[in-house]
Design a protein around this ligand. Structure first.
Ligand SMILES: Cc1cc2nc3c(=O)[nH]c(=O)nc-3n(C[C@H](O)[C@H](O)[C@H](O)COP(=O)(O)OP(=O)(O)OC[C@H]3O[C@@H](n4cnc5c(N)ncnc54)[C@H](O)[C@@H]3O)c2cc1C
Length: 408
Protein backbone atom coordinates (compact mmCIF):
# COMPACT_ATOMS: atom_id res chain seq x y z
CA UNK A 1 0.00 0.00 0.00
CA UNK A 2 1.25 3.46 -0.81
CA UNK A 3 1.91 5.67 2.19
CA UNK A 4 2.17 8.99 0.37
CA UNK A 5 -0.93 10.72 -0.91
CA UNK A 6 -0.64 11.00 -4.67
CA UNK A 7 -2.92 12.46 -7.30
CA UNK A 8 -1.55 10.07 -9.92
CA UNK A 9 -3.85 7.06 -10.11
CA UNK A 10 -1.28 5.12 -12.18
CA UNK A 11 -1.44 3.63 -15.66
CA UNK A 12 -3.68 0.65 -14.76
CA UNK A 13 -6.28 2.85 -13.18
CA UNK A 14 -6.24 5.31 -16.08
CA UNK A 15 -6.80 2.41 -18.48
CA UNK A 16 -9.82 1.29 -16.41
CA UNK A 17 -11.11 4.87 -16.44
CA UNK A 18 -10.87 5.10 -20.23
CA UNK A 19 -12.53 1.71 -20.68
CA UNK A 20 -15.42 2.67 -18.39
CA UNK A 21 -15.72 6.04 -20.05
CA UNK A 22 -16.16 4.29 -23.40
CA UNK A 23 -18.95 2.11 -21.93
CA UNK A 24 -20.60 5.16 -20.32
CA UNK A 25 -20.44 7.17 -23.57
CA UNK A 26 -21.42 4.39 -26.00
CA UNK A 27 -23.93 2.35 -23.98
CA UNK A 28 -25.14 4.25 -20.90
CA UNK A 29 -25.60 7.87 -22.06
CA UNK A 30 -27.54 7.02 -25.25
CA UNK A 31 -30.01 4.92 -23.19
CA UNK A 32 -30.41 7.41 -20.33
CA UNK A 33 -33.47 9.37 -21.47
CA UNK A 34 -35.41 6.20 -22.39
CA UNK A 35 -34.94 4.48 -19.02
CA UNK A 36 -35.59 7.70 -17.13
CA UNK A 37 -38.99 7.91 -18.87
CA UNK A 38 -39.74 4.21 -18.42
CA UNK A 39 -38.86 4.32 -14.71
CA UNK A 40 -37.80 0.69 -14.88
CA UNK A 41 -34.65 -1.26 -14.12
CA UNK A 42 -32.58 -1.23 -17.34
CA UNK A 43 -31.93 -4.99 -17.46
CA UNK A 44 -30.46 -4.97 -21.01
CA UNK A 45 -27.88 -2.35 -19.99
CA UNK A 46 -26.97 -4.25 -16.81
CA UNK A 47 -26.62 -7.36 -18.98
CA UNK A 48 -24.27 -5.52 -21.34
CA UNK A 49 -22.25 -4.42 -18.30
CA UNK A 50 -22.20 -8.03 -17.05
CA UNK A 51 -20.97 -9.36 -20.40
CA UNK A 52 -18.09 -6.86 -20.30
CA UNK A 53 -17.31 -7.75 -16.68
CA UNK A 54 -18.33 -4.30 -15.36
CA UNK A 55 -21.30 -5.77 -13.48
CA UNK A 56 -19.43 -8.41 -11.49
CA UNK A 57 -18.03 -9.01 -8.04
CA UNK A 58 -14.53 -9.41 -9.48
CA UNK A 59 -14.58 -5.98 -11.05
CA UNK A 60 -15.60 -4.19 -7.84
CA UNK A 61 -13.17 -6.24 -5.75
CA UNK A 62 -10.34 -5.25 -8.11
CA UNK A 63 -11.24 -1.57 -7.85
CA UNK A 64 -11.70 -1.79 -4.09
CA UNK A 65 -8.27 -3.33 -3.54
CA UNK A 66 -6.48 -1.05 -5.98
CA UNK A 67 -3.50 0.26 -3.98
CA UNK A 68 -4.02 3.85 -5.18
CA UNK A 69 -7.30 3.86 -3.22
CA UNK A 70 -9.08 5.67 -6.06
CA UNK A 71 -10.26 2.66 -8.09
CA UNK A 72 -13.82 2.87 -6.78
CA UNK A 73 -14.23 6.68 -7.12
CA UNK A 74 -12.90 6.59 -10.67
CA UNK A 75 -15.32 3.80 -11.63
CA UNK A 76 -18.25 5.57 -9.99
CA UNK A 77 -17.49 8.92 -11.59
CA UNK A 78 -17.33 7.45 -15.10
CA UNK A 79 -20.49 5.32 -14.81
CA UNK A 80 -22.50 8.17 -13.31
CA UNK A 81 -21.11 10.56 -15.92
CA UNK A 82 -22.99 8.28 -18.34
CA UNK A 83 -26.21 8.42 -16.32
CA UNK A 84 -27.03 8.32 -12.63
CA UNK A 85 -30.23 6.24 -12.81
CA UNK A 86 -28.58 3.55 -14.91
CA UNK A 87 -25.37 3.92 -12.89
CA UNK A 88 -27.23 3.17 -9.67
CA UNK A 89 -28.95 0.19 -11.29
CA UNK A 90 -25.49 -1.15 -12.12
CA UNK A 91 -23.83 -0.47 -8.76
CA UNK A 92 -26.85 -0.82 -6.39
CA UNK A 93 -26.01 -4.47 -5.76
CA UNK A 94 -22.66 -3.47 -4.28
CA UNK A 95 -24.43 -1.90 -1.25
CA UNK A 96 -25.60 -5.37 -0.22
CA UNK A 97 -22.32 -7.00 -1.26
CA UNK A 98 -20.33 -4.58 0.90
CA UNK A 99 -22.57 -5.37 3.90
CA UNK A 100 -21.73 -9.08 3.50
CA UNK A 101 -18.04 -8.40 2.87
CA UNK A 102 -17.84 -6.14 5.94
CA UNK A 103 -19.81 -8.33 8.37
CA UNK A 104 -19.87 -11.86 6.97
CA UNK A 105 -17.66 -14.88 7.54
CA UNK A 106 -15.54 -16.18 4.64
CA UNK A 107 -18.12 -18.91 4.07
CA UNK A 108 -20.99 -16.39 3.96
CA UNK A 109 -19.05 -14.18 1.55
CA UNK A 110 -18.34 -17.17 -0.69
CA UNK A 111 -21.97 -18.34 -0.61
CA UNK A 112 -23.90 -15.10 -1.03
CA UNK A 113 -21.93 -12.56 -3.02
CA UNK A 114 -21.90 -14.58 -6.29
CA UNK A 115 -25.67 -15.06 -5.99
CA UNK A 116 -26.12 -11.29 -5.76
CA UNK A 117 -24.74 -10.73 -9.26
CA UNK A 118 -25.80 -13.95 -11.02
CA UNK A 119 -24.30 -14.45 -14.49
CA UNK A 120 -24.71 -12.50 -17.76
CA UNK A 121 -27.28 -15.12 -18.86
CA UNK A 122 -29.05 -15.27 -15.51
CA UNK A 123 -28.69 -11.76 -14.08
CA UNK A 124 -29.47 -11.03 -10.45
CA UNK A 125 -29.42 -7.89 -8.31
CA UNK A 126 -29.24 -7.50 -4.54
CA UNK A 127 -30.73 -5.03 -2.03
CA UNK A 128 -29.54 -3.57 1.25
CA UNK A 129 -32.49 -2.83 3.53
CA UNK A 130 -31.81 -0.63 6.53
CA UNK A 131 -34.14 2.42 6.30
CA UNK A 132 -37.66 2.21 7.70
CA UNK A 133 -40.64 4.58 7.68
CA UNK A 134 -39.68 5.83 11.18
CA UNK A 135 -35.94 5.24 10.97
CA UNK A 136 -34.19 7.20 8.23
CA UNK A 137 -31.46 9.47 9.56
CA UNK A 138 -31.98 7.94 12.99
CA UNK A 139 -30.89 4.40 12.17
CA UNK A 140 -30.94 3.46 15.85
CA UNK A 141 -34.77 3.75 15.81
CA UNK A 142 -35.36 0.86 13.45
CA UNK A 143 -38.13 -1.52 14.51
CA UNK A 144 -37.68 -4.61 12.37
CA UNK A 145 -37.20 -7.41 14.87
CA UNK A 146 -35.13 -10.54 14.55
CA UNK A 147 -36.00 -13.27 17.08
CA UNK A 148 -33.97 -16.45 17.42
CA UNK A 149 -35.85 -19.75 17.35
CA UNK A 150 -33.32 -21.94 19.12
CA UNK A 151 -35.17 -25.22 18.56
CA UNK A 152 -34.96 -24.81 14.79
CA UNK A 153 -31.77 -22.72 14.65
CA UNK A 154 -33.68 -20.10 12.63
CA UNK A 155 -34.15 -16.36 12.85
CA UNK A 156 -37.62 -14.90 12.39
CA UNK A 157 -37.78 -11.41 10.87
CA UNK A 158 -40.77 -9.07 11.05
CA UNK A 159 -41.01 -5.46 9.94
CA UNK A 160 -41.25 -3.06 7.01
CA UNK A 161 -38.25 -1.61 5.23
CA UNK A 162 -38.53 1.39 2.96
CA UNK A 163 -36.54 3.15 0.21
CA UNK A 164 -34.64 -0.03 -0.59
CA UNK A 165 -32.72 0.20 -3.87
CA UNK A 166 -33.63 -3.03 -5.75
CA UNK A 167 -36.02 -3.93 -2.89
CA UNK A 168 -38.36 -6.75 -3.89
CA UNK A 169 -36.69 -7.40 -7.28
CA UNK A 170 -33.45 -8.57 -5.65
CA UNK A 171 -32.42 -12.21 -5.46
CA UNK A 172 -30.63 -11.65 -2.15
CA UNK A 173 -31.78 -9.07 0.40
CA UNK A 174 -29.54 -8.01 3.28
CA UNK A 175 -31.76 -6.84 6.13
CA UNK A 176 -30.66 -4.89 9.21
CA UNK A 177 -32.83 -5.77 12.21
CA UNK A 178 -32.76 -5.25 15.95
CA UNK A 179 -32.10 -8.21 18.20
CA UNK A 180 -32.07 -6.05 21.35
CA UNK A 181 -34.05 -2.80 21.05
CA UNK A 182 -32.66 -1.44 24.35
CA UNK A 183 -29.18 -1.22 22.82
CA UNK A 184 -30.12 1.10 19.94
CA UNK A 185 -27.73 0.77 16.98
CA UNK A 186 -25.52 -1.60 19.00
CA UNK A 187 -28.39 -4.08 19.22
CA UNK A 188 -28.59 -4.39 15.42
CA UNK A 189 -27.54 -7.34 13.30
CA UNK A 190 -27.57 -7.99 9.57
CA UNK A 191 -29.22 -11.01 7.95
CA UNK A 192 -29.15 -12.46 4.48
CA UNK A 193 -32.58 -13.37 3.16
CA UNK A 194 -31.97 -16.00 0.46
CA UNK A 195 -33.75 -15.95 -2.90
CA UNK A 196 -37.40 -17.06 -2.80
CA UNK A 197 -37.74 -17.01 1.01
CA UNK A 198 -41.48 -17.04 1.95
CA UNK A 199 -42.75 -13.96 3.81
CA UNK A 200 -40.60 -11.38 2.01
CA UNK A 201 -42.54 -9.27 -0.47
CA UNK A 202 -42.26 -5.96 -2.27
CA UNK A 203 -44.50 -3.19 -0.98
CA UNK A 204 -44.96 0.12 -2.74
CA UNK A 205 -42.61 0.94 -5.61
CA UNK A 206 -41.80 4.65 -5.41
CA UNK A 207 -42.23 7.07 -8.33
CA UNK A 208 -39.31 9.41 -7.99
CA UNK A 209 -38.10 12.88 -8.93
CA UNK A 210 -34.76 11.57 -10.27
CA UNK A 211 -32.59 8.44 -10.72
CA UNK A 212 -35.81 6.98 -12.09
CA UNK A 213 -34.16 4.01 -13.81
CA UNK A 214 -33.16 2.76 -10.37
CA UNK A 215 -35.84 0.70 -8.61
CA UNK A 216 -36.71 1.93 -5.09
CA UNK A 217 -39.37 0.13 -3.04
CA UNK A 218 -40.66 -0.98 0.33
CA UNK A 219 -39.80 -4.48 1.49
CA UNK A 220 -42.27 -6.22 3.81
CA UNK A 221 -40.99 -8.95 6.13
CA UNK A 222 -43.83 -11.05 7.49
CA UNK A 223 -42.62 -13.96 9.60
CA UNK A 224 -39.58 -14.44 7.36
CA UNK A 225 -37.61 -17.47 8.57
CA UNK A 226 -33.94 -17.72 7.66
CA UNK A 227 -31.43 -20.38 8.79
CA UNK A 228 -29.07 -19.49 11.64
CA UNK A 229 -26.26 -19.42 9.08
CA UNK A 230 -27.84 -16.28 7.53
CA UNK A 231 -26.87 -14.10 10.50
CA UNK A 232 -23.85 -12.21 9.16
CA UNK A 233 -20.78 -12.88 11.28
CA UNK A 234 -22.43 -15.76 13.14
CA UNK A 235 -24.21 -16.13 16.51
CA UNK A 236 -21.13 -16.44 18.67
CA UNK A 237 -19.78 -13.13 17.45
CA UNK A 238 -23.19 -11.49 17.89
CA UNK A 239 -23.53 -12.76 21.46
CA UNK A 240 -20.07 -11.43 22.34
CA UNK A 241 -20.86 -8.07 20.77
CA UNK A 242 -24.19 -7.79 22.59
CA UNK A 243 -22.56 -8.68 25.91
CA UNK A 244 -19.93 -5.96 25.39
CA UNK A 245 -22.64 -3.46 24.41
CA UNK A 246 -24.74 -4.30 27.50
CA UNK A 247 -21.67 -3.86 29.67
CA UNK A 248 -20.98 -0.52 27.95
CA UNK A 249 -24.55 0.61 28.51
CA UNK A 250 -24.27 -0.25 32.19
CA UNK A 251 -21.06 1.74 32.48
CA UNK A 252 -22.00 4.84 30.48
CA UNK A 253 -25.77 4.63 30.03
CA UNK A 254 -25.15 5.89 26.49
CA UNK A 255 -25.80 4.75 22.94
CA UNK A 256 -23.09 4.01 20.41
CA UNK A 257 -22.75 5.39 16.91
CA UNK A 258 -21.28 2.29 15.25
CA UNK A 259 -23.67 2.57 12.29
CA UNK A 260 -22.46 6.09 11.57
CA UNK A 261 -18.86 4.93 11.59
CA UNK A 262 -19.69 2.15 9.10
CA UNK A 263 -21.45 4.51 6.69
CA UNK A 264 -18.57 6.98 6.93
CA UNK A 265 -16.31 4.59 5.00
CA UNK A 266 -18.67 4.23 2.00
CA UNK A 267 -19.41 7.92 1.60
CA UNK A 268 -16.52 8.91 -0.73
CA UNK A 269 -17.85 6.44 -3.33
CA UNK A 270 -21.24 8.15 -3.22
CA UNK A 271 -19.52 11.54 -3.51
CA UNK A 272 -17.79 10.25 -6.65
CA UNK A 273 -21.17 9.40 -8.18
CA UNK A 274 -22.26 13.00 -7.60
CA UNK A 275 -19.08 14.25 -9.28
CA UNK A 276 -19.91 12.17 -12.37
CA UNK A 277 -23.30 13.91 -12.67
CA UNK A 278 -21.79 17.36 -12.08
CA UNK A 279 -19.03 16.82 -14.64
CA UNK A 280 -21.53 15.63 -17.24
CA UNK A 281 -23.74 18.71 -16.79
CA UNK A 282 -20.72 21.05 -16.79
CA UNK A 283 -19.47 19.60 -20.09
CA UNK A 284 -22.87 20.05 -21.76
CA UNK A 285 -23.05 23.64 -20.48
CA UNK A 286 -19.51 24.47 -21.62
CA UNK A 287 -20.17 23.21 -25.16
CA UNK A 288 -23.47 25.04 -25.28
CA UNK A 289 -21.98 28.31 -24.05
CA UNK A 290 -19.31 28.17 -26.76
CA UNK A 291 -21.79 27.57 -29.60
CA UNK A 292 -24.99 29.38 -28.59
CA UNK A 293 -24.96 32.93 -29.95
CA UNK A 294 -26.96 35.87 -28.66
CA UNK A 295 -26.32 39.52 -29.34
CA UNK A 296 -24.03 38.39 -32.19
CA UNK A 297 -21.51 36.44 -30.11
CA UNK A 298 -21.22 33.16 -28.18
CA UNK A 299 -22.80 33.53 -24.75
CA UNK A 300 -19.50 32.45 -23.12
CA UNK A 301 -18.06 35.79 -24.29
CA UNK A 302 -20.04 37.32 -21.42
CA UNK A 303 -18.04 37.22 -18.21
CA UNK A 304 -21.27 36.46 -16.33
CA UNK A 305 -21.53 33.12 -18.15
CA UNK A 306 -17.78 32.39 -18.32
CA UNK A 307 -17.35 32.99 -14.57
CA UNK A 308 -20.25 30.63 -13.85
CA UNK A 309 -18.42 27.92 -15.80
CA UNK A 310 -15.16 28.74 -14.01
CA UNK A 311 -16.88 28.27 -10.65
CA UNK A 312 -18.54 25.04 -11.80
CA UNK A 313 -15.21 23.53 -12.86
CA UNK A 314 -13.49 24.71 -9.66
CA UNK A 315 -16.10 23.16 -7.40
CA UNK A 316 -16.07 19.88 -9.34
CA UNK A 317 -12.29 19.62 -9.03
CA UNK A 318 -12.42 20.56 -5.34
CA UNK A 319 -15.02 17.82 -4.79
CA UNK A 320 -12.81 15.27 -6.51
CA UNK A 321 -9.85 16.23 -4.33
CA UNK A 322 -11.94 15.67 -1.20
CA UNK A 323 -13.25 12.33 -2.49
CA UNK A 324 -9.82 11.08 -3.54
CA UNK A 325 -8.29 12.17 -0.24
CA UNK A 326 -10.94 10.29 1.75
CA UNK A 327 -10.63 7.23 -0.51
CA UNK A 328 -6.86 7.22 -0.17
CA UNK A 329 -7.20 7.56 3.62
CA UNK A 330 -9.64 4.64 3.79
CA UNK A 331 -7.36 2.45 1.62
CA UNK A 332 -4.39 3.29 3.85
CA UNK A 333 -6.22 2.75 7.14
CA UNK A 334 -5.93 6.40 8.10
CA UNK A 335 -8.66 7.31 10.59
CA UNK A 336 -11.20 9.93 9.48
CA UNK A 337 -10.43 12.20 12.45
CA UNK A 338 -12.27 15.17 10.91
CA UNK A 339 -14.96 13.00 9.25
CA UNK A 340 -13.21 13.35 5.90
CA UNK A 341 -15.55 10.74 4.35
CA UNK A 342 -18.60 12.80 5.29
CA UNK A 343 -16.88 15.98 4.13
CA UNK A 344 -16.33 14.51 0.68
CA UNK A 345 -19.92 13.31 0.30
CA UNK A 346 -21.36 16.57 1.65
CA UNK A 347 -19.35 18.79 -0.67
CA UNK A 348 -19.67 16.62 -3.78
CA UNK A 349 -23.42 16.14 -3.26
CA UNK A 350 -24.09 19.84 -2.81
CA UNK A 351 -21.80 20.62 -5.75
CA UNK A 352 -23.77 18.29 -8.04
CA UNK A 353 -27.02 20.04 -7.14
CA UNK A 354 -25.49 23.48 -7.64
CA UNK A 355 -23.59 22.70 -10.87
CA UNK A 356 -26.58 21.05 -12.55
CA UNK A 357 -28.75 24.07 -11.64
CA UNK A 358 -26.16 26.41 -13.18
CA UNK A 359 -26.02 24.21 -16.29
CA UNK A 360 -29.79 24.49 -16.74
CA UNK A 361 -29.50 28.26 -16.48
CA UNK A 362 -26.73 28.39 -19.10
CA UNK A 363 -28.89 26.37 -21.51
CA UNK A 364 -31.80 28.77 -21.01
CA UNK A 365 -35.13 27.42 -22.30
CA UNK A 366 -33.41 24.36 -23.73
CA UNK A 367 -32.08 23.55 -20.27
CA UNK A 368 -35.63 23.29 -19.00
CA UNK A 369 -36.72 20.72 -21.61
CA UNK A 370 -36.14 16.99 -21.90
CA UNK A 371 -34.54 17.60 -25.31
CA UNK A 372 -31.30 18.25 -23.41
CA UNK A 373 -29.87 16.08 -20.63
CA UNK A 374 -29.18 18.74 -18.00
CA UNK A 375 -32.80 18.75 -16.82
CA UNK A 376 -32.49 15.02 -16.03
CA UNK A 377 -29.06 15.50 -14.46
CA UNK A 378 -30.49 18.21 -12.20
CA UNK A 379 -33.30 15.90 -11.07
CA UNK A 380 -30.81 13.07 -10.53
CA UNK A 381 -28.45 15.25 -8.50
CA UNK A 382 -31.12 16.01 -5.87
CA UNK A 383 -30.75 12.59 -4.20
CA UNK A 384 -27.13 13.34 -3.34
CA UNK A 385 -28.09 15.55 -0.41
CA UNK A 386 -30.50 12.87 0.84
CA UNK A 387 -29.32 9.25 0.65
CA UNK A 388 -26.29 7.69 2.41
CA UNK A 389 -26.87 10.35 5.06
CA UNK A 390 -28.49 13.72 4.31
CA UNK A 391 -26.30 16.83 4.06
CA UNK A 392 -27.47 17.82 7.53
CA UNK A 393 -26.37 14.47 8.94
CA UNK A 394 -22.97 14.84 7.23
CA UNK A 395 -22.59 18.25 8.90
CA UNK A 396 -23.58 16.70 12.22
CA UNK A 397 -20.91 14.00 11.83
CA UNK A 398 -18.24 16.56 10.83
CA UNK A 399 -19.21 18.92 13.65
CA UNK A 400 -18.94 16.12 16.21
CA UNK A 401 -15.60 14.97 14.80
CA UNK A 402 -13.96 18.40 14.78
CA UNK A 403 -15.35 19.49 18.15
CA UNK A 404 -15.43 16.24 20.11
CA UNK A 405 -18.81 17.46 21.35
CA UNK A 406 -22.04 15.37 21.33
CA UNK A 407 -23.81 17.95 19.09
CA UNK A 408 -27.46 17.01 18.36
C1 LIG B 1 -33.83 6.95 -4.02
C2 LIG B 1 -33.48 6.46 -2.67
C3 LIG B 1 -32.73 5.29 -2.51
C4 LIG B 1 -32.42 4.81 -1.24
N1 LIG B 1 -31.77 3.61 -1.11
C5 LIG B 1 -31.66 3.05 0.12
C6 LIG B 1 -31.19 1.71 0.27
O1 LIG B 1 -30.83 1.04 -0.71
N2 LIG B 1 -31.17 1.17 1.51
C7 LIG B 1 -31.56 1.86 2.61
O2 LIG B 1 -31.53 1.32 3.70
N3 LIG B 1 -31.99 3.15 2.51
C8 LIG B 1 -32.06 3.75 1.29
N4 LIG B 1 -32.55 5.04 1.17
C9 LIG B 1 -32.96 5.77 2.37
C10 LIG B 1 -32.10 6.99 2.66
O3 LIG B 1 -30.86 6.60 3.16
C11 LIG B 1 -32.89 7.90 3.62
O4 LIG B 1 -33.93 8.50 2.85
C12 LIG B 1 -32.06 8.95 4.29
O5 LIG B 1 -31.19 8.35 5.22
C13 LIG B 1 -32.88 10.02 5.00
O6 LIG B 1 -33.86 9.45 5.82
P1 LIG B 1 -35.36 9.98 5.73
O7 LIG B 1 -35.75 9.98 4.29
O8 LIG B 1 -36.21 9.18 6.65
O9 LIG B 1 -35.31 11.49 6.21
P2 LIG B 1 -35.39 12.01 7.73
O10 LIG B 1 -34.38 11.31 8.56
O11 LIG B 1 -36.81 11.98 8.18
O12 LIG B 1 -34.94 13.53 7.55
C14 LIG B 1 -35.83 14.55 7.13
C15 LIG B 1 -35.07 15.88 7.19
O13 LIG B 1 -34.69 16.16 8.55
C16 LIG B 1 -33.30 16.38 8.63
N5 LIG B 1 -32.78 15.87 9.90
C17 LIG B 1 -33.05 14.67 10.50
N6 LIG B 1 -32.37 14.56 11.64
C18 LIG B 1 -31.63 15.69 11.78
C19 LIG B 1 -30.72 16.18 12.75
N7 LIG B 1 -30.38 15.46 13.83
N8 LIG B 1 -30.15 17.40 12.56
C20 LIG B 1 -30.47 18.15 11.48
N9 LIG B 1 -31.33 17.73 10.52
C21 LIG B 1 -31.90 16.53 10.67
C22 LIG B 1 -32.72 15.60 7.46
O14 LIG B 1 -31.43 16.08 7.10
C23 LIG B 1 -33.77 15.86 6.38
O15 LIG B 1 -33.54 17.11 5.78
C24 LIG B 1 -32.83 5.54 -0.10
C25 LIG B 1 -33.56 6.73 -0.26
C26 LIG B 1 -33.90 7.18 -1.51
C27 LIG B 1 -34.76 8.42 -1.62
Amino acid sequence: MSSTFSLDPGADQLAVRDWLHGFAADVVRPAAAEWDEREETPWPIIQEAAKLGIYSLDFYAQQYFDPSGVGIPIAMEELFWGDAGIGLSIVGTTLAAVAVLANGTDEQIGTWTPQMFGTPDDLKVAAFCSSEPDAGSDVSALRTRAVYDEAKDEWVLNGTKTWATNGGIAAVHVVVATVDADLGARGHASFVVPPGTPGLSQGQKFKKHGIRASHTAEVVLDGVRVPGSCLLGGKEKLDERLARAREGVKRSGGRGNAAMATFEASRPAVGAQAIGIARAAYEVALDYAKTREQFGRPIIDNQGVAFQLADMKTRIDASRLLVWRASWMAANNQPFTAAEGSMSKLYAGETAKWVTAQAMQILGGNGFTREYPVERMHRDSAIYSIFEGTSEIQRLVIARAISGMPIR
